[in-house]
Design a protein around this ligand. Sequence first.
Ligand SMILES: Cc1cc2nc3c(=O)[nH]c(=O)nc-3n(C[C@H](O)[C@H](O)[C@H](O)COP(=O)(O)OP(=O)(O)OC[C@H]3O[C@@H](n4cnc5c(N)ncnc54)[C@H](O)[C@@H]3O)c2cc1C
Length: 388
Amino acid sequence: MPTSFEFNEPGFLDDDLRMVREQVRRFVAEEIVPHGDAWEAAGEIPRELFRKLGALGFLGMRHPVDYGGGGLGAMASVVLGEELARSTYGGVASALTVHSDMSISHIAHRGTHAQKQKYLPAACAGEKVGAVCVTEPNAGSDVAGLKTRAVRQADGGWLVNGSKTFITNGVYGDIYIVAARTDPDAKGSRGISLFIVDRGTPGFTIARKFDKHGWRSSDTAELFFEDMHLPADALLGEEGKGFYYIMSTFQTERLVVGALASGTCAAAIEQTVEYVRQRQAFGKPLWDQQVVRNKLAWMASKAAAVRALTYQCAQMIDEGRDTVREVSMLKAFGAETLQEVVHGCLQLHGGTGFIIGTPVERMARDSRILTIGGGATEVMLEEVAKRM
Ligand SMILES: Cc1cc2nc3c(=O)[nH]c(=O)nc-3n(C[C@H](O)[C@H](O)[C@H](O)COP(=O)(O)OP(=O)(O)OC[C@H]3O[C@@H](n4cnc5c(N)ncnc54)[C@H](O)[C@@H]3O)c2cc1C
């Protein structure tokens, strides 16, 4: 009988990705887990952590080799996301993956040579941290409803006014990818463009750091733009294509949510199997109750399905196929299954699972956001339904 539960390694990972997994797993054990509680209390992750991961090449694995990246595919994002999530510190995993896979990737995908040269090497090295700024106080799920306005100036630059909310890495970040409306007359999604905004740009204020239910070590900001002047070359990609760019990067963001769900499920189930094997009640270990074993086996089966769908989506993305339906299924199914698993595991920890700071308690809090952020479950299911 094995003493712990662990998924089998997916057979189609190549040697490079197996090595990445081993290295990230060791990094998590040595450099994240021992400090996670302190970072949760501080509400901040030290920049040194980004630098260390950057030096190992893990922050730019998807970015072009010419600009300091690793040139790898979607599978690399999955391995990184799973292993960071296995740390049980969701705040750390979210801050790092928003930087590596959800914000700076806009520059990697559609930046000019000059923009890539200016931003990518520093981002890959963990010297500069990225944030993606789409959500506004009155536009969350409905991205096309965003109101932040960018008006072209006589010198070719832009004057930006508006606000953003719930921005991960927003308090301590350096490079902000900001979505703004450049054509107020164009319908909904058509008049939106993306801009690169540097921390410290006059007119840009970090107005608030939110106190959150979970992800406590990651910083989440409200931002204001008041007559913020941007140079012409702050525009990212083509004017008016911002909505399309956001939706296309959402595919990676949602894939990474699948990986975070898969890694968190694995950690929660592993720890709970260990716990119920040693925890005695009614004269025997909890594990000896068939209902307990069944419950864990059922959760493990669903978690394995999340993992399989995550890897399928990564493979489809790497093959250049349209994945909107499958990735939307993954975001919905992965995040909802995660709730069932972390709360099921918390239940099997009894009172211990309710005590602040136990890993299962933290995983339950940290997981809650994943059915909401990056596309709520209801919105994801509509994307699936539209394609049925
Ligand atoms: C910790 C945290 C970090 C975040 N990080 C970022 C970030 O880095 N960048 C960024 O831009 N945003 C970020 N967000 C914002 C996040 O993406 C939004 O919260 C999310 O998109 C939902 O938007 P909303 O909160 O405005 O909810 P609303 O859009 O008001 O929706 C509320 C609820 O209504 C339901 N709902 C919504 N639409 C529908 C529908 N069509 N049909 C049925 N039900 C529906 C869903 O249950 C949803 O949860 C973050 C949020 C949090 C809390």
